[in-house]
Design a protein around this ligand. Structure first.
Ligand code: ADP
Ligand code: ADP
Ligand code: ZN
Length: 215
């Protein structure tokens, strides 16, 4: 199963990827997570990416294309993968298609999560992440058992630097300008499936599985 999860910031790509990863036993490949790890480790790539991320802009295509190309060659991707937050531009989608054909692989579906703008903003402002294990939460929609503390590892829950109102607005604009055209792109190749992302987390998961099992 080779999947892409598409959707604006806050649509639930990360949340659904983790559930799909668990269900199918195939890895989630999140370019956002990989970039944040590089920023934290202050690698040359992370240092270069940080300015773009803080501003709510996209990191240059060649940087993310390079990361994904390497990641897809790792053995755990042989059974399949879930791309979360990649591709985000037509150039990235073209590069992905080239990489996959070199590996003699093909995409099975591009799942596009449909969520209203008001809900996106509420999801992003309430999003919290465990500092230690990276598990995602939401203050209202997916709260931890104990306030401020990860239910898995008791790590501290923190807010992402870019989940503040001004950056959120910029990220939404970036999405509409550079990423939304991918719906049309994948619709032309017959891979696009729109899933209602407004339901509760478990219901969205069930909708995705129902589609994949029927297809
Ligand atoms: P979101 O929760 O908004 O979907 P991500 O965690 O996927 O955010 O990405 C956070 C930031 O990392 C983006 O705003 C962007 O700067 C950078 N980023 C992540 N994936 C990509 C990509 N495929 N291309 C360019 N930049 C990316
Ligand atoms: P993305 O990766 O698309 O940016 P996330 O998966 O990080 O989005 O979800 C953004 C926030 O919204 C998180 O705090 C998450 O817990 C919450 N969330 C995800 N899916 C839903 C849903 N179906 N209903 C309510 N909140 C959700
Ligand atoms: Zn944790």
């Amino acid at each position: 199963m080779n999947l892409i999860l598409l959707g604006p910031p806050g649509a639930g790509k990360g949340t659904q990827s983790v559930l799909l990863e668990r269900h199918f036993g195939i890895p989630q490949i999140s370019t956002g997570d990989m970039l944040r790890t590089a920023v934290k480790a202050a690698t040359p790539m992370g240092t270069q990416a940080k300015g773009f991320m803080d501003a709510g802009n996209l990191v240059p295509d060649h940087v993310v294309v390079g990361i994904v190309r390497e990641r897809l060659q790792e053995t755990d991707c042989l059974a399949g993968f879930i791309l979360d937050g990649f591709p985000r531009t037509v150039a990235q989608a073209d590069a992905l298609s080239e990489s996959l054909s070199q590996l003699s692989r093909a995409l099975d579906a591009v799942i596009s999560l449909q969520v209203d703008t008001d809900a996106l903003v509420e999801r992003l402002t309430g999003r919290r992440t465990c500092k230690d294990c990276g598990k995602g939460y939401h203050l209202k929609f997916d709260p931890p058992a104990v306030n401020g503390s990860c239910s898995v590892c008791s790590g501290e829950l923190v807010q992402r630097d870019d989940d503040h109102e001004e950056t959120i607005r910029r990220r939404m604009d970036t999405y509409h300008q550079q990423t939304a055209p991918l719906e049309q792109y994948y619709s032309q190749s017959g891979l696009l499936v729109k899933i209602d992302g407004m339901d509760a987390i478990d219901d969205v998961h069930r909708s995705i599985l129902a589609y994949l099992q029927a297809s």
